[in-house]
Write a protein that binds this ligand. Structure first.
Ligand SMILES: Nc1ncnc2c1ncn2[C@@H]1O[C@H](COP(=O)(O)OP(=O)(O)OP(=O)(O)O)[C@@H](O)[C@H]1O
Ligand SMILES: [Mg+2]
Length: 226
């Protein structure tokens, strides 16, 4: 049975896909068989084998084979999944995601699941990303911005997970550019939440370089031991 890591974020565009891709690269370098699973993709769909733009980005940043990039539902509208699904007249079947997670865990050492947006994003009118994480019983890695505003967003995300007794592997601060505020954010987020900041990922003009030496920025051992 493999290990599952659910990667969530404090927001959309916070860098979940980039972090998932870099993590997949690092874990593959550590000899692990990795699947990247994006159960629901909304908007900007591509033509061809890989419709999900997130999975296409993972492919671009890693040498992961297409068969290890998995998506169940993809919708045209770049909106919250509940609305994007309704717009395409499709129902997101949560059982499909649960079953698929199980079968992937039987076939891979590590399954990296990327949610959609943040925790309180509805997948249906009555079921959120947080509900899915709870039902899957999997630990979570939080990706958040390093910049001003992150103390509140990151702490609210941590609190929501804690209140549902969901284990948190750690926090990765993305788009780090240094300076007095961001340097302190690393410390205060740790102190306020008692959850380790296990990675500081710099803003990079060439994100391909991040994937090449992600071990420099993120404590991969901590993730493997979680
Ligand atoms: N460390 C970084 N340095 C520079 N650019 C980055 C970095 N991390 C992410 N980006 C860029 O920011 C954008 C958003 O990143 P990404 O797609 O990973 O976010 P996301 O949280 O997965 O968004 P979504 O909620 O849409 O899935 C992308 O264009 C990506 O290339
Ligand atoms: Mg993404």
């Amino acid at each position: 049975m493999g290990k599952c890591i659910f990667v969530t974020g404090t927001d959309t565009d916070v860098g979940k896909t980039v972090i998932v891709a870099c993590l997949a690269s690092a874990l593959m370098r550590a000899g692990k068989k990795v699947a990247v699973y994006k159960p629901i993709q909304c908007g900007d769909l591509l033509k061809g084998n890989i419709k999900s733009p997130d999975l296409a980005l993972v492919k671009e940043l890693t040498n992961i084979p297409d068969r290890d990039l998995v998506n169940d539902f993809s919708f045209q509208l770049a909106a919250s999944p509940h609305l994007a699904a309704e717009h395409d007249k499709v129902k997101v079947d949560i059982q499909t995601i649960k079953d698929h997670t199980k079968s992937l865990l039987n076939a891979y050492d590590i399954v990296l699941i990327e949610g959609a947006g943040g925790l309180i994003v509805p997948l249906t009118r009555t079921y959120t990303v947080l509900n899915l994480i709870e039902d899957l019983s999997v630990p979570v890695l939080i990706v958040s911005r390093a910049s001003l505003g992150t103390i509140n967003h990151t702490s609210l995300t941590v609190n929501a997970l804690k209140s549902h007794n969901i284990p948190i592997i750690g926090i990765i601060l993305n788009y780090f550019e240094g300076g007095i505020i961001e340097e302190d954010n690393k410390k205060i987020i740790n102190t306020l939440n008692n959850i380790p900041v296990i990675g500081i990922v710099p803003f990079s003009k060439n994100i391909k370089n991040l994937a090449k030496d992600f071990e420099k920025y993120v404590d991969i051992e901590k993730i493997l031991q979680s």
